[in-house]
Ligand binder design. Structure first.
Ligand code: DON
Length: 325
């Protein structure tokens, strides 16, 4: 980092100048009071709607944070691209996509629907993510118990985050499991249609899905995860090769087309960069070959995306031409 600094070879040459703009966008979005905090479990309903944080990490490890960036929150749906990444890494694209599609569903994230081949539409919605959890449990290191598989997964996520600030929120896990009628319905519906690999234990698979959703992070560690994806799978902080570039390409492709639920098409059109939102209010944003960004603000729009997070991305792309096209 230091030698690059002397040679003025950073990916964003005037980083302090750039972050001044980020601060401006931050303050602009702070006054946005739209949206509602998720209320389906008490732990999320209690979240402070005023929390607002933005962290970024470039592919050469320059970092900037503003606002509530050390407040812990659960991954929720932001776990979906990460568990999908591990499945791709361990099983390859062909095996994973025997079980799950690549099309946007055009429906809500938890809708009881499969595609024409009786597969979940993609790994970024609940049905697809539950199925990816089954693949991780049954096909990746099948000898592991559920406890071992959880440790293994947490450890993979931690490597993506450069070893930083990952925990587990047991109260959220227990509540998720209690308030999961729809997810169980999805789980059974997929079993009825023979979606799972042989030897899948549905109860274990559902628990594993809820556990992945209940892993706790903060904005700063999530920005490093996004930066690892922006950097082709090499963590910019530790320089460890965590994912193959092929796995990262697949993850970003589906984040681009399916990462923002039923707003994905509009987001791809307006903002044009891969992103994934979660119901706790986080937004994982990847600008390939430049940087990773995480925004955190609990109030959500009717489709389940963080209002301030979406606005921030729009402001960013309006000022800087990060749109892929
Ligand atoms: O499965 C669920 O319903 C949640 N635990 C996660 C879904 C989620 O984050 C949807 N986000 N907008």
């Amino acid at each position: 980092l230091i030698s690059r600094a002397f040679r003025h070879q950073f990916i964003i040459p005037d980083f302090p100048g750039f972050t001044k703009h980020i601060e401006d966008f931050y303050w602009k979005c702070k006054s946005n009071t739209e949206g509602k905090v998720a209320s389906y479990i008490p732990q999320l309903a209690r979240m402070n709607p005023d929390y607002w944080g933005v962290s970024l990490c470039t592919i050469d490890g320059q970092r900037f944070s503003i606002g509530d960036t050390t407040v812990p929150f659960t991954l929720q749906s932001c776990s979906k691209p990460l568990s999908y990444a591990i499945a791709l890494e361990r099983l390859g694209q062909e095996v994973v996509h025997k079980y799950v599609g690549q099309e946007p569903s055009g429906r809500n994230f938890n809708e009881l629907v499969l595609d024409h081949n009786k597969k979940p539409h993609n790994p970024m919605i609940n049905a697809g993510a539950i199925l990816v959890c089954a693949l991780l449990k049954v096909l990746v290191k099948p000898e592991m118990t559920l406890a071992e598989k959880f440790d293994f997964t947490l450890n993979c996520f931690r490597k993506l985050a450069g070893g930083e600030n990952l925990g587990f929120n047991n109260a959220v896990f227990l509540s998720e499991r209690e308030a999961a009628d729809r997810n169980y319905a999805l789980g059974f519906y997929m079993r009825e249609h023979g979606c799972y690999p042989e030897k899948t234990n549905l109860r274990e698979c559902m628990d594993f899905y809820f556990q992945c959703c209940s892993i706790e992070v903060n904005c700063e560690s999530m920005a490093v995860i996004a930066a690892t994806l922006a950097n082709g799978g090499i963590c910019p902080i530790t320089e460890e090769k965590v994912l193959k570039p092929e796995s990262v390409r697949d993850v970003l492709s589906l984040m681009h087309s399916c990462g923002m639920y039923d707003y994905s098409g509009q987001f791809a059109f307006k903002v044009g960069i891969p992103a994934k939102s979660g119901v706790s209010g986080s937004l994982l944003v990847v600008i390939p070959n430049v940087m990773g960004i995480c925004t955190y603000s609990p109030p959500l729009d009717p489709l389940g995306n963080s209002c301030r997070g979406v606005q921030f991305c729009e402001e960013l792309v309006h000022e800087f031409n990060f749109h892929r096209y």
